[in-house]
Design a protein around this ligand. Structure first.
Ligand code: FE2
Ligand code: FE2
Length: 358
């Protein structure tokens, strides 16, 4: 990494946002550099929740979401350098679900890097997933950018190893939202130690992109839109000139900026979650959000699934959302205000109120 010259390392200011017409469950991230031969993009597919019924039967909707995303990723021009799968490939972490998901993903022509989701993990603590996809956390360098993949959905040892009589029950308890028997996600000591050593080798001017399943910020604990040791990870990213965290899990559009770190969620291929009413109630848990969460309309069945084009040309993420059955949205980084800004809902008065969750 230290041999990379400045022109390659510095992102150029802006390269424009390509508008993608179709509404498909996939995200595309483009990184543009001063030296244009170094430009590249990667695609991101997340939260497919492949669900086994019995025998060879799986929930059709979730299969279809993933199949469409894979087909579109293969058709992208220019071809993405790699694909990230953002976790929750399976619904209940079974061999059948992981095998079926892996089979669909095997149709992808670019290399796939995998992120662990809680629905993949809590049946056998990632044992079978590792056989299929490799280590649960790792890093790699690509064209002047340092990429880190974390397993952010671990939790306290007592909960994981002692609380539940069976692995099946452990999985079921972690799979539900609003379940008081759940437990907060965390990266944990082992990985934080590894991350510290990993980042120590990287020059502070190198752009760093972290992929996690849960947000590495504290949004809403009841649904585990939350990572218990988020602040400690943020502190490790703070010395870098540019850092981005891209995460799945929330099945909805979220973006935030905390200091030098931009946060962006990617949409799910399976279904969108509504925004919890408790976003408003849980204010005391929130980091200082530069722009409140909002979405186009929670009552559109497939809202928050669709195309998401993420442009990282200036080191801050700009996004264009092409939403299914809804108006397109653009979130751009406002340099003078130093925060991402939604062009559709800029004021409180125009914003759609959070949905009541039952
Ligand atoms: Fe998910
Ligand atoms: Fe998840």
């Amino acid at each position: 990494m230290s041999t990379i010259n400045n022109s390659r390392r510095n992102f150029i200011k802006h390269s424009g946002i390509a508008l993608l017409g179709s509404s498909l469950p996939i995200s595309l991230v483009e990184l543009a550099f001063a030296e244009t031969t170094q430009n590249f993009s990667f695609a991101y597919i997340s939260d497919s929740h492949i669900q086994h019924i019995k025998g060879a039967e799986f929930v059709r909707n979730w299969d279809q979401g993933l199949k469409r995303a894979v087909a579109e990723a293969n058709l992208l021009t220019p071809k993405p350098d790699f694909v990230i799968f953002g976790g929750d490939l399976a619904q209940l972490g079974t061999k059948e679900e992981l095998d079926h998901g892996a089979e669909m993903l095997s149709a992808l022509s670019p290399k796939v890097h995998h992120v662990m989701g809680e629905h993949d993990y809590y049946l056998d603590l990632g044992e079978y997933w590792e056989k299929l996809f490799g280590p649960q956390y790792y890093s790699f360098d690509h064209k002047g950018v340092h990429f880190v993949v974390l397993n952010s959905i671990r939790t306290y040892d007592e909960w994981t190893y002692k609380r539940w009589p069976t692995n099946v029950q452990r999985m079921a308890e972690m799979a539900g939202l609003d379940n008081p028997n759940g437990s907060p996600f965390m990266v944990g000591d082992e990985q934080r130690k590894w991350l510290k050593a990993d980042l120590a080798k990287i020059p502070k001017t190198t752009p760093v992109v972290v992929f996690s399943h849960s947000p590495l910020q504290k949004i809403y604990k009841g649904w585990n839109f939350w990572t218990e040791d988020a602040e400690q990870i943020q502190a490790m990213l703070k010395p870098f000139k540019q850092a981005s965290v891209i995460y799945g899990h929330v099945h909805q559009i979220q973006y935030n900026q905390i200091g030098n770190i931009s946060f962006n969620s990617v949409m799910a291929t399976a279904w969108p979650w509504p925004y919890p009413q408790a976003y408003a109630q849980a204010e005391q848990y929130l980091p200082k959000l530069t722009v409140p969460m909002n979405r186009a309309d929670p009552f559109f069945e497939r809202d928050a699934t669709g195309w998401q084009f993420i442009n990282m040309a200036n080191g801050r993420v700009d996004m264009h959302f092409s939403l299914d059955s809804n108006n397109s949205r653009t979130v751009g980084f406002n340099k003078s205000k130093k925060r991402p800004e939604d062009t559709v809902y800029p004021s409180e008065a125009k914003r759609t109120a959070p949905q009541t969750h039952y």
